[in-house]
Ligand binder design. Structure first.
Ligand code: DQA
Length: 148
């Protein structure tokens, strides 16, 4: 079965209580549960991780192919706007990556309007809350099945 790694970046462990006016009250566990349901429906396996550490995320991406992953679904969170290292790791992995954001990063502060990740991702879903992750997963599956 195809395996997809899901990476939640910094501070996403705080979802549910973090800036609820922006990110809502859904917790990361609830998002993960819905992702697992969607994965089951699409007959793919997920490896889900959250990290607040840039280097750890780089290591996870670097090991993804060797660990049998076929695609990357990532919410790089604040690292979206700063991390050349995560961008380079995605590029080096040669795996298709889908970037997701709960909030619409283009409707927020100007520093969020630039994603260093977007140019090395197959595409981006931004602004639909937890549905961004589910749409992103559907896109990753579609890419792997050659439907997109
Ligand atoms: C985020 C948007 C980022 O700008 C922010 O730093 C986050 C979350 C989102 O999912 O909307 O931590 O990636």
């Amino acid at each position: 079965m195809l395996k997809i790694i899901v990476i939640h970046g910094p501070n996403l462990n705080l979802l549910g209580t973090r800036e609820v006016d922006i990110y809502g009250t859904t917790t990361i566990d609830e998002i993960n549960k819905e992702l697992e349901k969607c994965a089951k429906k699409n007959k793919v396996v997920l490896k889900i991780a959250q990290s607040n550490h840039e280097g750890e995320i780089v290591d996870m991406i670097g090991a993804a192919k060797k660990n049998g992953m076929s695609a990357i679904l990532i919410n790089p969170a604040a690292y979206t706007h700063t991390s050349v290292a995560i961008r380079d790791a995605i590029s080096a992995s040669s795996l298709p990556a889908v970037e997701v954001h709960l909030s619409n990063i283009y409707a927020r502060e100007e520093f969020r309007h630039t994603s260093l990740i977007a140019p090395v991702a197959k595409g981006q879903v931004s602004g639909f809350g937890k549905a961004s992750y589910l749409l992103g997963l559907e896109a990753a599956v579609g890419l792997l099945k050659g439907e997109m």
